[in-house]
Each structure stands twice: as C-alpha cells, then as structure tokens.
Design a protein around this ligand. Structure first.
Ligand code: C2O
Ligand code: CU
Length: 552
C-alpha cells in the first residue's frame, strides 16, 4: 500500500446548504469536507488543524476499524484529547477493507454542525469487484437545522428540556431544498416550486449517466437525527454492500437507511433515455421535513429538463414496518467470515429515557454516559485510576422491568465506567428497547454504532428478549456491519470478537441521543497498545505523561 497525505483545516464558514445562509463547519473551505479515496492497504496520514476560534475538535473515521491504531479513532475523551484551537493532530492509520465509509466530528455535536465527508476505500490496485459497473456516484445524506448546534446543545441540557425538533431540510452531498419542492408541480403539497439556478451553491448535484450502463451508487447517512428512505424513479436498485461488507445481492425500489449506515447499490440505466428521473430522499416516521431531490440525467438530454412524472414515495410514510422488512433482507454474502457459535460474555443493555437531576437523558442499564476529561485510552494504558469510575457498569438489567410502560422510577444517574473484555473473547450484546419517558405507546428507534470492530447481527425480535430467544439467532449468514438499529419495543442481538486492543465507543448514532448519554465504553487489551502519540493524551491526568514523551 501507499501513503496518502491529507491536510484538513477545520473551520467555520458561511454557506447556504439549502439556499438559506447559515454557519457550517467545513474543511479546507469545503462543505461537506473533501472526499478521501484510498486503496486497501494504504496508510492515510491526515493532519487535522483546528481553525475554530474557541472549541476543540476531533475527527472520527466511521467504519475504519483502526487495527493497531486505537489512538487514531478520533473520539474526544475516549481515544484522544480534543485538538485545541491552533493545534494540529496527525492521524495515521491503515485502511484494510474496501467499502463505503465516511468521517465526522466526534466532539459535542460537531457532526450536526456539518463536520463530515466521505471516505471511500477501493480494492487493492489490480483487484476487481465481483460485480461489474461502468461508473459510480457517491451520495452522503444528512439533515440540517437553522439553529446552531451550540443552541441545540444548550436546549438539550436545559430545564425545561428543549428538543432539537425536526430538521429544516435534508441534504444530498450538502445540498437541499428548504421550504420549497423541486417537484411542487407534480405532488400534493403547499410548498412552492424551488427557484434556484442550476450551478448555484445550493442547487442539487445532478447524476449524469449514459444509457444502458451499470452504475454503482454509494449511499451513506450521517444524519444527526432522522432515518431516511432513498429511491430513484423507474430504476430498481441491487444492494451489494452494507457498512463496508458485501451482502447477498437483492433488488429493491427503496433503500431504508439510518444514521451511521452505508450501502452500495447497482442500477442499470435501461429506461427511456429521452427523460430524466427523480432521485428522492425522505424522512421515515416523521412528516414535517420535506423530501430532498436531485435528478438522474440521461446525458443526451439537457439536465435542466425536469422529470414529468411525480417522484417516488411522495405520500406520507407512516411507521417503520417497511424499514424493518428491508433491514431483515440484509444478509452476508457467501464467503463472509461466519460468527463463532459461542459467546464468552453477554451484555443485556436496556435503552431507556430517564431523568438525571431533573434533566431529560438516555440511560443504558440505568447509567447515562458523561465522558470524563481524561481520555480513557491513556488513562487505562497508564493506570490512572482517578480518571473515571473504576466500577464497571452492570452487564444486565432487572428481569421484571416493564418495557411497555413508562418507567416506574424515572430517575437514573450519570456515569463513565467501562466494560472491559478479555482480549479475543466473543461478546454478545443484546440491545433492548423500551417505552419512552413520558408517553405511552412511544418507543423511539436507535441505530447503534460500534467503533473498532464489525459485528454480526444475529437477529431482531419484538418485545422483551427472553431466555430461549437465542435459538432464533441466525448463525448461518448474519450480516457483518458496524451499525444496527433497535426498533420500537424490540431487541437486536449482536456478536463480535474483542480482538482489537483499544478503547471503543458503542453508542446510538443519533447525535442528540449520544449527547443525552446514550452510549457505553468498551475496552480490551489496552496493555498491548503501543506508541500512543503524546498529542493524543496532552490533557487531563495524562498531561504529565505526554510532557515526558518525546514530541511526535
Ligand atoms: Cu459515526 Cu461514534 O460515530
Ligand atoms: Cu438513539
């Protein structure tokens, strides 16, 4: 593999993602940040300079497992100290698996502020995918507010609590339509027709294709809050990849994608070449945010020619049943490593909404995560016991907990203890969903993302996980992923091998939920971690150790 050098300056910029001027967090003057493209085996060196005025920053490489480089995972308080304004941090890591990934801020709510971009890993030079395609497109989906993330964060920790509410618009590669619809003349809506010039800053990126070719479309979601569905009018999509792993190909009209997930689909441009076609992205389960559109343009006709038939899935899209059905179709491609048929340790993690000192929070087995000021990696490696709670959080929750009703005792506490695994142990995690804090019949969905590993998704179930439910686990062809959803009142079972020395976040990828404490911290084999750069630990209780290390 080769070495690829990037220089990233993180800064605030004035931009119009959905034609309304706002402040966004960008990189090198771009929003979304530049796309990183590498081959399997390459070493990426990304020098990230914090050009913000008053806040720290870090960048996480979502889906990259960081084998041997846990200090480069880019999680503030977990793998490193936040980079202070004016400082530069050098990320160095190998990309060892082809796939569709992305990167994003992992400090406070900087992802929602716009700190993200794509990271695509191609097969090693000379190697070919098992499926053929003539060209490819890369779509990074996100949601957007007209409120700074600072304001959002303050609201989330206030009494009375202020929720972020629904996004103002959805963005496709950083561009969206606020308070207007490109398809207003074709659908039932009160929204006016959008008026932008093609080529304008907020105008959509149009996908230009030749007729009778096959294209790979990479779709990743870095939304702060919402789950999305994605469709291309008149074109079937063949799903071939999920989260950087090959899946058993299947054909679909619609992709259901949650925050933290990615897919590759193949389309064939075999439709009437004298027409253009809608590409639409909509919110699942909420109805206030309008769809975002762009256009699939058959090159021989002008791209300014709007499609004449209505876009797919314009009507209200209630519930998650279709999303569930879609998720169940994701199965590993033959040849994917199968899961071990045993586990050494099982965690049963109850997801609840709670009150901590009167504030609305999320808790896992009754503990709401508040990150410590000294990053775990250095604290564990150098055995600094005062840096975080030395008592591990509980492995399970009380068997008589009623998941269908608001909690009897709504109070929980905050904590920062760690689940420590023996290196190479097989860990099962059963995520259990429950009723929301106040309202009966509401159980939010949560896409859980694991750092440092892929996991096998062994199964999903409705209601409470019971003894014996493991008989329903799929041990034959469960998909390998890094993000998996728990549906309303349901459970999701994951299995992974704790074979990557380091400290790893495992959390709900909905940014306000993580902000409200919806995460846990895993650690394994930290004593084996070598050469943590001084810059990664130059804060909190590890500052002095960093001072004694030679500068690197
Ligand atoms: Cu993409 Cu810890 O997140
Ligand atoms: Cu969540």
């Amino acid at each position: 593999g080769g070495l690829r050098n990037y220089k990233f300056d993180v800064e605030y910029m004035i931009q119009k993602p959905d034609c309304i001027e706002e402040i966004v967090m960008g990189i090198n003057g771009q929003f979304p940040g530049p796309t990183i493209r590498a081959h399997v085996g390459d070493i990426l060196h990304i020098a990230v300079t914090n050009k913000l005025f008053t806040e720290g920053t870090v960048i996480h490489w979502h889906g990259i497992r960081q084998n041997g480089t846990p200090w480069a995972d880019g999680t503030a308080s977990i793998s490193q100290c936040a980079i202070t304004p004016g400082e530069t941090f050098h990320y160095r890591f190998t990309v060892d698996k082809a796939g569709t990934y992305f990167y994003h801020g992992h400090y406070g709510m900087q992802r929602a502020a716009g700190l993200y971009g794509s990271l695509i890993v191609d097969l090693a030079e000379g190697k070919k995918e098992a499926f053929h395609y003539d060209g490819e497109f890369n779509l990074l989906l996100s949601d957007w507010w007209h409120k700074t993330t600072n304001e959002q964060e303050v609201g989330l920790s206030s009494i009375p609590f202020r929720w972020v509410n629904d996004p103002k618009s959805l963005l496709i590669n950083g561009r969206g339509q606020y308070n207007c619809s490109m398809a207003a003349h074709l659908i039932k809506t009160t929204l006016p027709q959008c008026k932008f010039e093609l080529g304008e800053e907020c105008a959509p990126h149009i996908l230009q294709v030749d007729p009778n070719k096959t294209y790979r479309i990479r779709i990743a979601s870095t939304t702060s809050l919402v789950s999305l569905h994605f469709a291309i009018a008149n074109h079937k999509m063949m799903v071939v990849e999920a989260d950087g792993n090959y899946v058993q190909p299947f054909s679909t009209d619609i992709i259901h994608i949650h925050s933290g997930e990615s897919y590759s689909v193949l389309i064939t441009t075999n439709q009437d070449p004298n027409k253009n076609y809608w590409i639409s992205v909509g919110v699942t389960g909420r109805e206030t945010t309008p769809q975002a559109f762009t256009i699939l343009n058959y090159k021989n006709i002008p791209n300014s020619l709007f499609p004449t038939s209505p876009p797919p899935f314009t009507s209200c899209f209630g519930g998650y049943n279709l999303t569930k059905a879609f998720t169940h179709k994701i199965l590993a491609l033959k040849g994917t490593p199968p899961p071990p048929h045993y586990y050494n340790r099982r965690l049963l993690l109850l997801n609840t909404e709670n009150l901590v000192d009167g504030c609305d929070k999320y808790a896992i087995n009754n503990i709401s995560l508040v990150l410590p000021s000294t990053p775990y990696l250095g604290a564990i490696k150098y055995k600094i016991n005062g840096a975080f709670d030395q008592n591990p959080p509980p492995d399970n929750f009380s068997a008589d907990y009623d998941i269908f009703n608001p909690p009897l005792n709504p109070n929980s506490k905050s904590g920062n203890g760690v689940y420590t695994f023996e290196l190479n142990h097989v860990v099962d995690v059963i995520l259990q969903n429950a009723n929301s804090l106040n309202e009966k019949n509401i159980s939010e969905i949560h896409p859980w993302h694991l750092h440092g590993h892929d996991f096998w998704v062994l199964g999903y179930g409705d209601g409470k996980f019971e003894q014996g439910d493991e008989r329903k686990f799929n041990l034959k062809n469960p998909p390998l992923r890094n993000t998996a959803v728990i549906f309303s009142y349901g459970w999701t079972a994951l299995r992974f091998k704790a074979d990557n020395p380091g400290v790893w976040a495992f959390h709900c990828h909905i940014e306000p939920h993580l902000q409200m404490g919806m995460g846990v911290v895993f650690a394994e084999g930290v004593e084996r971690v070598e050469s943590i750069p001084g810059d990664a630990i130059r804060c909190g209780f590890t500052r002095n150790i960093a001072m004694n290390k030679k500068h690197n």
